[in-house]
Design a protein around this ligand. Structure first.
Ligand SMILES: [Zn+2]
Ligand SMILES: [Zn+2]
Length: 183
């Protein structure tokens, strides 16, 4: 399996990416590379009327910049993301595709006026990152509330699920990976 490439979109704390990389390696058993060399400017995706960034546009910029990349690409940012039909998104992914993006903005307790909790933030980010990567591996949403592929519309739902795939999703992921290896 080609490594997963993690790409920071500023602003982002460097430690955030390093901690996330370690968590992803444990879950996917795939090497993770981080690349901040080709810096992505989120400005073209900014919507002043919403004070948010167009998540799909950032995905397309990401893909253009890393078109030579073989494996999955995950962008991580602190900017607040949206897609037109929703108030916000925690992240977005290309189903059975190459790229995904996650935002830490609404995973941070400080967004809700609460004191900072860095370990909770790390947990939430890992879950959302694995969730979006799961989509790039072709996984759909799962009914089981404890499964990482369960859809979350609020942080409380993220906190309820684990960072692991349920047996059914794990089986599907395994199957897709083997199909990928056979061409
Ligand atoms: Zn999802
Ligand atoms: Zn599942």
């Amino acid at each position: 399996m080609p490594p997963i490439l993690l790409v920071p979109i500023p602003p982002l704390q460097p430690e955030t990416l390093a901690t996330l990389a370690r968590g992803i390696v444990e879950r996917f058993q795939i090497a993770v590379l981080t690349d901040g060399s080709k810096s992505i400017d989120p400005a073209p995706a900014y919507d002043a009327s919403r004070n948010q960034y167009d998540s799909s546009l950032l995905l397309s910029i990401l893909l253009r910049l890393h078109s030579a990349q073989n494996g999955k690409i995950l962008a991580v940012t602190e900017v607040d993301l949206y897609i037109p039909v929703l108030t916000f998104v925690f992240g977005e992914a290309q189903l059975d595709g190459k790229a995904a993006i996650v935002s830490v903005r609404r995973l941070d307790e400080r967004f809700y006026g609460l004191p900072e909790k860095s370990s909770l933030l790390e947990d939430r980010l890992l879950k959302e990152a694995i969730h979006e990567l799961g989509h790039t591996f072709g996984l759909l949403h799962c009914r089981r509330f404890e499964c990482v592929m369960h859809a979350s519309t609020a942080v409380e739902e993220i906190d309820l699920k684990s960072s692991s795939f349920c047996p059914e999703c794990a089986r599907l992921l395994d199957q897709k990976n083997r199909m990928g290896e056979n061409g």
